[in-house]
Design a protein around this ligand. Sequence first.
Ligand SMILES: [Zn+2]
Length: 178
Amino acid sequence: MKSSYILVISLFLACLVACNNDSTVDMETQTHSRNNSPFLEHKGAYMPEKVIKTDEEWRQLLTPQQHVITRRRGTERPFTGKYFNFRGKGIYQCVCCANDLFSSETKYDSGTGWPSFWAPISEQNIKTAEDSSGFKKKTEVLCNRCDAHLGHVFNDGPPPTGLRYCINSVALQFIEKK
Ligand SMILES: [Zn+2]
């Protein structure tokens, strides 16, 4: 009687372990296929969809400087980028995925040496994250479509928002308004 009870318990435990193993494998398979699915890659061509690429794919698409800044959270040296002193009328897009990010209408000269904007084109096109990598806590700004690092946002901007989106020129591509 006692041994059959132990047998039942053992079988139950074995089943439990097997089930857990199965679900782990499933999750790994899903993650793997999500990163490599040609279907999702294709869907990324439409603006509202997320763009998900491997680091190697980004490396092939971008210049080394674009790759370091947008995919490795780099920062260009101030007063060196092509847009900090640029006054064209148009739209600044994400250099990685062509998501519309900022308009020339909210661009201003912050004197910092980086292109600065007091608002994004839409709150939905960007996202923010806490950046505690330096001495001071900062708020990182990312492209909401492809997760490219764009720069940081500070609370010392002009009216009406009081915000300063401090963005790397390298992370942007300018499209002139016709
Ligand atoms: Zn992007």
